[in-house]
Design a protein around this ligand. Structure first.
Ligand code: FES
Ligand code: FES
Length: 224
C-alpha cells in the first residue's frame, strides 16, 4: 500500500491507492490503447486489401512517349528503361549500371531528368516522357544534339544520350546557363571515356553561350 501525501487523515484515506488497484487501472488503460492500435492496423489492412493489386502477370499500360501513346503489356516490376528498350523499339536510352548511378538511361519525365532504370513503367503512366528519340524535329537534330556532334563531345557514345537529356532539361529551364550550372545539371551523368570538357563546351554551344575559358574546361574535367 502506498499513499499520496495529504495534509489531513481523511484526505489521506480518500486518495490512498493500493498497488493492486493502481496496477489494475494501469492495465485497463494499456489494454484500451492496445485495442485502439489493433483497430487502427485492421483498418489500414482493410484499406490496403481494398486497393487493386497488379501483377505478377503482365498488365496493360499506356505511356505517353515523345508525344504519342505507347501501349504495352508488361509485368508491374518492369522498369521504364526496360519497357522502352525491350518492349518497344526505343533503344536510345542506354542501360549501363541499371541501379541509378551512371545516368546513361536518363529520360525526361514531365521535363525533369529521371533515371529510367529506377522508375517502374507502370508508375510513369499519365506523365510526359521524352527520350533521346523525341528531340529531333522533322529530321533536324535539336541544337543540343547538333552541338554534341560539332564539339565532338563523345568517344564511345554510350553515355551521350543521358548527357544530352540532362543538358536539354537544363536549357528548357535555364536557356543561358553558366559553366557551373551545366556542371551541376550533369553531375548525375558519368562518362567513362572522360569527355567531360567537350560535353561542357557542347552544352554551352547548344545554349548559344560563348565558349568557356580553357581553365574552366579543365576544371570541369577535374571535378567530374
Ligand atoms: S543505367 Fe540507369 S543510372 Fe545507370
Ligand atoms: S563517351 Fe564513352 S562513356 Fe562517355
Amino acid at each position: 500500500m502506498f499513499s499520496l501525501a495529504m495534509s489531513d487523515s481523511n484526505s489521506q484515506e480518500r486518495f490512498s491507492v493500493s498497488r493492486r488497484s493502481f496496477l489494475k487501472s494501469f492495465g485497463a488503460s494499456a489494454a484500451a490503447a492496445a485495442t485502439a492500435q489493433v483497430e487502427a492496423v485492421a483498418k489500414e489492412l482493410e484499406k490496403a486489401n481494398a486497393e487493386k493489386v497488379y501483377g505478377p502477370d503482365p498488365v496493360p499500360i499506356t505511356l505517353q512517349v515523345n508525344g504519342k501513346p505507347l501501349k504495352l503489356e508488361v509485368e508491374p516490376r518492369v522498369t521504364l528503361l526496360e519497357a522502352l528498350r525491350n518492349h518497344s523499339n526505343l533503344t536510345g536510352s542506354k542501360e549501363v549500371c541499371d541501379r541509378g548511378t551512371c545516368g546513361a538511361c536518363t529520360v525526361l519525365v514531365d521535363d525533369t531528368p529521371v533515371y529510367s532504370c529506377s522508375k517502374l513503367a507502370i508508375e510513369a503512366q499519365g506523365q510526359k516522357i521524352t527520350t533521346i528519340e523525341g528531340l529531333a524535329r522533322n529530321g533536324k537534330l535539336s541544337p543540343v544534339q547538333q552541338a554534341f556532334i560539332e564539339q565532338d563531345a563523345l568517344m564511345c557514345g554510350f553515355c551521350t544520350p543521358g548527357f544530352v537529356m540532362s543538358v536539354t532539361a537544363l536549357l528548357r529551364k535555364n536557356p543561358h546557363p553558366t559553366a557551373d550550372q551545366v556542371r551541376h545539371a550533369c553531375s548525375g551523368n558519368l562518362c567513362r571515356c572522360g569527355t567531360y570538357p567537350r560535353v561542357l563546351q557542347a552544352a554551352l554551344k547548344g545554349a548559344g553561350v560563348a565558349a568557356t575559358t580553357k581553365t574552366e574546361v579543365i576544371s570541369y574535367a577535374k571535378l567530374a
